[in-house]
Design a binder for this molecule. Structure first.
Ligand code: PEP
Length: 249
C-alpha cells in the first residue's frame, strides 16, 4: 500500500433485495474492520436510504452513477443533488459496465465528474483496458486517455480516488497479478506527475479492482502503489469484505 489512507469500496451493482441487504448491513455492522481505512459501499439507488439508516457511520455511501447536470426533465435519472440529499458522499463514475454495456464515453464521463465534484460529491473515477487492448499493447494508451478525460474536468483532485479496473478482470475471477496491477498504478501515478502535478501524483489514491477476494487481497495490498480496492462480487459477503478491508498493510 502507498502513503495515502487505504480505501476500500464495495460496488454492489444491480444486486440484492430488501432482505438480503438487511443481512449484509448486519454483517458489516458487526464485522471488525481496521479503523485506518476509508470504507465506502455503493448500493443500488433504491436501497440507499435503507442502507444509510441502518449502517453505522463507520461507512460512507456511494452511488453507482449520477446524472450529468442539474435534475429536471430527465426520465429515469438520479441527480447529484438528490444523492447528496439522501446521504451519499461519493459516486462511482466511468465504471466499465457503464462504459461498455451502457455506452458511456470519455466525454460524458468527464462532464459527469465535473458536475459531481462541483456539487461536492466525491468521485471514484474508474479506468481500465479491455483484454484485446491489453493484448494489442494499448493498456497505457487507453488508461491515459481515460485519465485525460477526468483530468480535463476535475477542479481539484482532493475529492477523487482513481480505480484501475482492467475490464478482463472484472467479474471474471481472473485477477490481475500484483505485478500487472502495480505496473499500471505506477504508470498512472507518473501520468499524474507529468500532466497534473507531483503533489497530486503522490497524494491521490489509486485503488485496484477486478476479482479481488479474501484470498488474493493481501498480496495485492503489499504493492507500493496500490492504495486500496474497489470490490464487486466479494463485497456482497460481509465477512469476506472485512478481510479485504483488513488487508491494509
Ligand atoms: C467492480 O465491478 O468494480 C469489480 C471490481 O467487480 P468484481 O470484484 O466482481 O470483479
Amino acid at each position: 500500500a502507498g502513503s495515502g489512507k487505504f480505501f476500500v469500496g464495495g460496488n454492489w451493482k444491480c444486486n440484492g433485495t430488501k432482505e438480503s441487504i438487511s443481512k449484509l448491513i448486519s454483517e458489516l455492522n458487526s464485522a471488525k474492520m481496521e479503523s485506518d481505512v476509508d470504507v465506502v459501499v455503493a448500493p443500488p439507488y433504491v436501497y440507499i436510504e435503507q442502507v444509510r439508516s441502518a449502517l453505522t457511520d463507520r461507512f460512507e455511501i456511494s452511488a453507482q452513477n449520477s446524472w450529468v447536470g442539474k435534475g429536471g426533465a430527465f426520465t429515469g435519472e438520479i441527480s447529484v443533488e438528490q444523492l447528496k440529499d439522501i446521504g451519499c458522499k461519493w459516486v462511482i463514475l466511468g465504471h466499465s459496465e457503464r462504459r461498455h454495456i451502457i455506452g458511456e464515453d470519455n466525454e460524458f464521463i468527464g462532464k459527469k465528474s465535473a458536475y459531481a465534484l462541483g456539487q461536492k460529491l466525491k468521485v471514484i473515477a474508474c479506468i481500465g483496458e479491455k483484454l484485446e487492448e491489453r493484448e494489442a499493447g494499448k493498456t497505457f494508451d487507453v488508461c491515459f486517455q481515460q485519465m485525460k478525460a477526468f483530468a480535463d474536468n476535475v477542479p481539484s483532485w482532493d475529492d477523487v480516488v482513481i480505480a484501475y479496473e482492467p475490464v478482463w478482470a472484472i467479474g471474471t475471477g481472473k485477477v490481475a497479478t500484483p505485478e500487472q496491477a502495480q505496473e499500471v498504478h505506477v504508470a498512472v501515478r507518473d501520468w499524474l506527475k507529468k500532466n497534473v502535478s507531483s503533489e497530486v501524483a503522490s497524494k491521490t489514491r489509486i485503488i485496484y479492482g477486478g476479482s479481488v477476494n479474501g484470498s488474493n487481497c493481501a498480496e495485492l495490498a503489499k504493492q507500493k502503489d496500490i492504495d486500496g480496492f474497489l470490490v464487486g462480487g466479494a463485497s456482497l459477503k460481509g465477512p469476506e469484505f472485512a478481510t479485504i478491508v483488513n488487508s491494509v498493510t
